[in-house]
Design a protein around this ligand. Structure first.
Ligand code: ZN
Length: 433
């Protein structure tokens, strides 16, 4: 049995904040203690209740201890092509992405990229992410092997794509079915790994491949499903040309039985009324990827409209269309997108989205996303005075809301003082810092 006690200012959410003064939506301990036993949180109390135990502890005051960040959508195989200069999604995919992802057929490449990628997640306070691998099964093996070694709860899957990409990247409907089936058997539920069946998007899958995906979803209700939906106008028109019988883009995935409460749909920017209704009815999750949407000029996510229709929402970086691994940077850009929509997102709601909100959208609340007994001790320790400019501003901060807003507006990996994965220190033990 291994016990660790942390002391610091503890913040965790219990429900979605409806306004900046919605104090019932979170628990905050100005001087709190977190007791961790064998990787799980067993108690969260004011320090006065823990001090009498007289045990050794790690003192993180004056920093904030929160649940580790959860990133709902990214491509680990694009780690070496972030910041590629392209005008829009389809040009970016053809010019850079489909070239870069071919490298994952080479022995050893996936392992070295996976290792660097996980270091970057930890550096930024992200303890769980949902990734697309490449179409090569070995990229999935490298991804989950690295997660297992680090004891991280990670989700992901092999991209299924059998057209409209270079031959070297394309699988076939049958091989993508066979490979995915084998990978689910190998990795789903091993360590903390969870598999996501991952047809890339309608453009790169033939009807035969979406049928294969449909069969996989029916045969593996334990697995997640992830794909892209309604990111960019040209993508939408091309998808409709390829699937002329579908009522709209969402209808393509709907017709192949790919929607449901474990389905994560990247982007969802330009949905019509029917599509929004279908996402709500099926419990599918619309994943907001702000830095990517701005970088590729894809459009402005309409959070309020989706919330009003009862659509579940996630927040993500979308590396490498996204431009930062940091969920703090992601919250900042998300705030700005919603400002342009006339939808002001308060900082409690932002931090909720990156923690408990995303855990709920993965149906993993109770396991991750909260500093609460029974949850894994996946934690981030945040310093809102990490840079001279932040310290200067922090001197005039008068409330927790102001501190959180400062963190999301100016913070990045430098604001992440420490990270715990299943109770073990993960950032300060990274090599090469
Ligand atoms: Zn993506």
């Amino acid at each position: 049995m291994s016990q660790t006690i942390l002391r610091g200012r503890v913040l965790t959410f219990v429900s979605e904040p409806q306004a900046i003064d919605d104090v019932a939506s979170y628990r905050y301990y100005e001087d709190g203690g977190v007791v961790i036993l064998d990787g799980k949180i067993i108690a969260v109390e004011p320090w006065s209740a823990i001090a009498p135990l007289g045990a050794d502890y790690i003192d993180h005051r004056p920093h904030l201890i929160l649940p580790g960040f959860i990133d709902m959508h990214l491509h680990y195989v694009q780690s070496q092509m972030i910041a590629s200069y392209a005008g829009s999604l389809l040009e970016w995919l053809n010019t850079y992405t489909f070239v870069e992802e071919q490298k994952f057929s080479q022995q050893g490449h996936a392992g070295s990229v996976a290792s660097a990628f996980y270091d970057e997640l930890i550096r930024n306070g992200t303890t769980t992410a949902v990734a697309y691998c490449s179409s090569h099964p070995r990229s999935v093996d490298a991804y989950f092997a690295e997660a297992e070694q680090r004891n991280m709860l990670m989700l992901g899957g092999k991209v299924m794509m059998d057209r409209n990409a270079p031959d070297a990247l394309c699988d076939t409907a049958q091989s993508s079915y066979d490979d995915t089936k084998e990978l689910i058997a190998r990795w789903h539920g091993r360590g903390r790994g969870l598999y996501a069946i991952s047809p890339r998007f309608a453009i790169t899958s033939t009807p035969g491949q979406l049928e294969a995906a449909q069969a996989l979803v029916a045969e593996h209700p334990e697995a997640y499903v992830q794909t892209h939906l309604s990111e960019n106008d040209a993508e939408i028109s091309y998808s409709m040309e390829l699937y002329p019988d579908a009522p709209d883009y969402t209808g393509i995935y709907e017709n192949y039985g790919l929607l449901g409460p474990k389905t994560l749909l990247g982007h969802c920017i330009h949905l019509n009324h029917r599509e929004t209704g279908v996402l709500a009815e099926t419990g599918s999750v619309a994943v907001f990827c702000p830095t990517s949407n701005l970088f590729l000029g894809s459009g402005l996510f309409d959070r309020e409209r989706l919330v009003k229709h009862g659509v579940r929402i996630g927040l993500a970086t979308d590396i490498g269309g996204g431009t930062s691994y940091s969920m703090l940077r992601t919250m900042d850009e998300g705030y700005k997108i919603l400002q342009l929509r006339g939808q002001r997102l308060n900082p409690f709601a932002s931090f909720y989205m990156a923690t408990l909100g995303n855990a709920r959208s993965l149906s993993l609340d109770g396991t991750i996303g909260a500093v609460a007994p029974g949850n894994a001790a996946d934690l981030v320790v945040l310093n809102a005075a990490a840079t001279p400019a932040m310290a200067l501003r922090m001197a005039t901060v008068n409330s927790l809301a102001e501190e959180l807003f400062l963190l999301q507006t100016m913070g990045d990996d430098r604001s992440v003082a420490e990270v715990y994965v299943a109770g073990a220190r993960a950032k300060s033990t990274l090599g090469g810092l």
